[in-house]
Design a protein around this ligand. Sequence first.
Ligand code: GP0
Length: 830
Amino acid sequence: MKKAKQTNSATSATASLNGLSKDDIKQAIVRHLHCSMGTDENKANDHAWWKAACAAVQEQVLERLRSTQKAHYMNDTRAVHYFSAEFLMGRLMSNNLHNLGLYEKTHQAMRELGVDLTDVMEQEPDMALGNGGLGRLAACFIDSLATLDLPAIGYGLHYEHGLFRQEIRSGAQIERPDSWRDYGNPWEICRPESIQEIPLYGYVETKYGDKGQINKEWHPGSIVKGVPWDIPVVGYGGKTVNVLRLWESQASDYFNWDVFNAGGYVDAQRENVQAETISKVLYPNDETEAGKELRLIQQYFFCACSLKDIIRRYKRAHGDDWSRFADQVVIQLNDTHPAIAIPELIRILVDRAGMDWGAAWEISSKTFAYTNHTLLPEALEKWPARMLEKILPRHLEIIYEINHRFMRKVEEKWPGDDAIKRKLSIIEESSEKMIRMGNLSVIGSFAVNGVAEIHSRLVKENLFPEFEKLWPGKLTNVTNGITPRRWLKACNPALSKLISERIGDKWPTELYKLQGLANFADDKEFQQQFMQIKHDNKVRLAAEVKTLTGVELDPNMIFDIQIKRLHEYKRQHLNLLHILALYRRLLEDPDYDMHPRAFLFGAKAAPGYKLAKDIIYAINKVADKINNDVRVNHKLKVVFLPNYRVSLAEKMIPAADISEQISTAGKEASGTGNMKLSLNGALTVGTLDGANIEIAEEVGEENIFIFGLTVEQVQKLHAGGYNPYDIYDNSREIKAILDWLETDYFTPGKPGELASVKQSLLDGGDPYLVLADFDAYSEAQQKADRAYRDKAGWARKAIINTARMGKFTSDRSIREYVERIWRLTPCHVE
Ligand code: GP0
């Protein structure tokens, strides 16, 4: 099928990159300033410089994109298709420059032009098309895929508005729309040649063929257009440039034509509004299923567009021969959000390609693999059967058929056991019939993985135990990882330079090399350099904190950082109670012995999550009081940084001394911020949860502060009937702190404003065992405090943390996916 073509232009492109000089870059930037931006060196502001610089970089990127696509096409490579409703990319400029190896040269080029690259890069809005860990993991994974020269494409939604911008007004979170594309996005390319039409609603017609066979035809009630936007994903070293393809919904001209002609101009416009609503906005709920119709349509829309795109590409090489489809295509489902792709592929194979069910199932069940990211019951997606019937009537039929055949298998294995059937069925027969997307994903995939050892064990033992018996080996683990390019090289340039001076510059792609730093853990000079860099990063962050909040921080304080979405299970309120304990101890005893500490928070709450917003409010009110209380504010400061996002994380993480990873054991699937902080030399105060356990294994127990209940103890405590009042009634300190929250001490004149936090921990039953873990947490914090005062001891621990993070590169995660699930071979690009 392949046409052999020459690839001359690709080779010359590589040559031009490697040979690109500082002056070439300068020229390219100025050229774009003139020709793309229509301005000049004297008039240009930082924004224009940013755009011009992006355009100059993009030129390089696009050449590599072309050679990559050609190489993949010529070699007819098997590729992974990473389906994700979220890609939390952050900014791309610094990352692309680092990965192309052009950062230093561009920095100099800009300096000679009289502009500062760092300021210019601040112009770039974050691409915040995700909520948190799951979306950022997808971004790290596509970085690693490109770096490892693996054929891969990310598929997702081109949200017009990403995660909301958070403002804090009088302590409370306010959500403002995020408009990341208002002034254009220089990285994306629209591909009108690959537009897809997607059907929705309507009804299914049953037709009987002449040989008695039944054929189904879906007559959609509406059609929307999917417009692809491609974001190039530059691998480190700049050879492979893959694509992240994001779909934007538009009204289909085709479908509205009749309405329009019939004089229904206004109605036609209304159709437009509905179609364009689909990719309007990212749902801001992290780890809670919303059950909203539009959300299901979003999921189907991007899956259907992506499958059509994949099939178009496959057919270009293989025509109508489907036999090699599962050899060429593997689709990774990032959680259940894209699970509707399973019945969609079967629909295409059965209804459109005319395959029988067995053949279609054979292909589809070898194509999909599924990653589970949580055990929280409120996050396990279920859709009302009635909603599916309305939006995707044919898919509901197919799901019933999948389930029917699966139930026969269950009956074979456990004859007559209706309880097991009820449990494993895709259909939940509650008062309202529901479709369980987790069950559908497990049944329709050839591999299922959790994201950290303990999480995968719990998936096997608690979430899907019978599935493990039905298909031994199908459930596996791939521990998450992070890209060290963004999360060390780009965000912490001084530390990166120091590391490269000591162990060479191979570590960004061979992170285990960091082990070499352990040799210098006791080296006085190295300790001093390492801690000086930490100090400088703290000075920089303190300046940022001052600008953003007005609060002044002394960089000699311990910078104790908790950054993640706000959730009860992540227990920001445990951190807050401990802060209140310190405050109280300092008030009772002004000589209370503690090293000065600044507690920094960054967190967004889902707009509808009342208690999460109350906790943000409480943190801010407590912060206000403490920061302005001269009795204690030389020893204690509290800062809530507004609008936590990737670009803010990049400034906070290099400045952290302590990393707070304090979820209730069994609740945090993995965590990835824990890895980023430790990589940058912060010490973890954490529970035995998610990847903390593996971090502890790597760094050793003397270099981490582990505390609190284990998963088993948590289970036992719940089983035995946990009563938080037993703790409240018996602890003078806990009682005093919780009662404090009910007074107007932190909210003068308005008692009770913080009472919901107390309420959730007492009458609310304290479902995440905050009170049960409080004393252990407080002790761990005291240990950390004492450890910090031993300067050399702390430096050693911090260095060991960085040195032992090799395991947590997303390159390792991707290699495991490749070996165990995707079976890809690298494709080297000229
Ligand atoms: C899990 F189920 N995660 C979900 C979800 O809807 N959103 C989300 O961000 C997270 C987990 O909570 C995690 O433990 C994990 O590291 C991450 O997915 C990637 O696997 C912390 O963010």
